[in-house]
Ligand binder design. Structure first.
Ligand SMILES: *[C@@H]1O[C@H](CO)[C@@H](O)[C@H](O)[C@H]1NC(C)=O
Length: 223
């Protein structure tokens, strides 16, 4: 009887580990800046479609800091690559993302896409904060109190560990790799799919591309 129970328990543990855990996720971190044209292009043209295709396989971290730096541990504010508007954009995004802590990566990315697309926060507007149903009051308070500065100092710390030469920079499972970095800028889906070879969406994506190429090179379409 004891033996049976033990077997049952083992079966349960095995099932829990292999059947219900879902696919293994890649942790993708994106280090970017609010007014950086390359960050904007990457987030809108690479990250958004890649997340749309592969959201079941991704865990996202979005870190709005880039090549900024704190002055006197934040007491003197921050200096940003694209000026003070960028610093404002970075701190608003950090505060909003912090307020979205318990929410899905999908919602966080939708918020950041809105900010990068409209540049609202860096112009001192809360359009995207409102569109994400966040409390503008809380975000504003975070920005103007010390809380936002602490969040930006944290982002500075984590960005410093990667020490990006180029913004945006990506890491996979916390690791920087120059080849992955370069490939991700032009084909993030291809980059992630090279790590998720057997996943269904990658298979379907490549079948679709192959089919498209076949159609485009068929005799009917050549004139
Ligand atoms: C914000 O709230 C409205 C009304 O409840 C809802 O329709 C909308 O989907 C929400 N938007 C987001 C991004 O959560």
């Amino acid at each position: 009887m004891v033996h049976l129970k033990l077997q049952f328990l083992i079966v349960l543990i095995v099932l829990e580990n292999f059947t219900f855990a879902g696919p293994q996720k890649i942790h993708l971190s994106v280090y970017y800046e609010s007014k950086c044209p390359d960050s904007k292009l990457f987030i809108l043209n690479q990250l958004l479609p890649a997340f749309h295709l592969l959201h079941d396989y991704l865990k996202l971290s979005l870190i709005p800091f880039g090549k900024a730096r704190s002055i006197n541990y934040g007491d003197g504010g921050f200096e940003c690559q694209h000026g003070s508007a960028e610093c404002l954009g970075n701190i608003v995004q950090d505060c909003s993302l912090h307020q979205m802590k318990g929410q899905s990566d999908k919602k966080k990315l939708a918020y950041v896409v809105c900010e990068m697309h409209t540049e609202a926060a860096s112009q001192g507007r809360f359009d995207c904060v409102e569109r994400s149903n966040l409390s503008t009051e809380h975000v504003e308070k975070c920005v103007t109190s010390g809380e936002g500065i602490v969040l930006q100092l944290e982002s500075e710390y984590y960005t410093g560990l990667v020490n990006p030469k180029f913004v945006p920079t990506v890491t996979i499972n916390g690791e920087f790799n120059q080849e992955i970095q370069d490939y991700a800028q032009v084909d993030l889906i291809g980059t992630l799919c090279s790590l998720l070879i057997d996943s269904q969406p990658c298979g379907r994506y490549y079948n679709y591309i192959a089919l498209n190429n076949l159609m485009n090179t068929s005799p009917r379409n050549t004139h």
